[in-house]
Design a protein. Structure first.
Length: 246
């Protein structure tokens, strides 16, 4: 599924809402995408394109009129079948239909019972891309093909020291460093890698544990500017392109 996710993954954007809560800023980060999918509405099967998705809902492009309040079943846009590939129910919260057009754009929120969301394809995508930082605080059971993302950590005295990034996602990173660091605010630099420039990201160290002669640190990213999100998307795709699940 990972390769299929990456194929339709375009970029990352942040979409604030009038009542957004700073403490929930990760919910504002969305993945711009192009995933063709099958839908069900009142027993009818439709086709659509998922153009945007995040932890709270998704956006659709369909050639069918939709109304606010309708509930659609959105099937996985990926070919894999498994226990975590169940469809997700979504409720329409807004629609837009350009003049003289048969296209409808709609915003939907997930309406599946929270206890059942873990078995849906959406949960798998969010986990693969690390939208929730807690999914990043342990090593993935993945093999990486000759690629390690190097970076640096900025210490309190403003000196920089090398780190090795072992896991990377929308919500944070897991990295290895030789010394002990205090939990709290921190800034790391991802890269540079090949032709990609270094990306400075600030956030919070939320977890640490020893690993041999080094330490593993779980970092939750803070608020990012649009340019940072765009570059994070490039790094994330680079990182995931050189991995495969085992």
């Amino acid at each position: 599924m990972l390769k299929q996710i990456l194929k339709g993954f375009l970029s990352l954007v942040q979409r604030p809402t009038p009542d957004w809560d700073f403490g929930e800023r990760r919910k504002l980060i969305r993945m711009r995408s192009h995933y063709k999918t099958q839908l069900e509405l009142d027993g009818k099967k439709l086709e659509g394109v998922i153009t945007d998705m995040g932890v709270g809902g998704l956006r659709l492009k369909v050639f069918h009129a939709l109304k606010v309040g309708q509930v659609l079943t959105v099937h996985s846009p990926f070919n894999e079948v498994g226990e975590n590939n169940a469809p997700v129910d979504c409720k329409v919260v807004w629609t837009q239909q350009p003049d003289k057009s048969f296209v409808t754009y709609a915003g939907l929120v997930y309406a599946t019972d929270p206890k059942k969301m873990a078995r849906t394809w959406v949960k798998g995508v969010m986990k693969q891309l690390g939208f929730r930082p807690e999914s990043l605080l342990s090593k993935r059971a993945w093999v990486r093909a000759e690629v390690f993302l190097e970076g640096t950590v900025k210490r309190a005295d403003h000196s920089r020291h090398e780190i090795r990034i072992q896991n990377l996602g929308v919500g944070g990173a897991l990295f290895e460093y030789r010394d002990k660091l205090p939990l709290g605010e921190i800034t790391i630099r991802i890269g540079p890698y090949e032709k990609l420039p270094g990306l400075d990201v600030s956030g919070t160290l939320v977890k640490a544990r020893p690993q041999g002669k080094h330490y593993l640190y779980g970092m939750e990213f803070g608020e990012m500017k649009p340019a940072q999100l765009r570059m994070l998307a490039v790094y994330l795709k680079t990182f995931l392109t050189h991995t495969w699940e085992v």
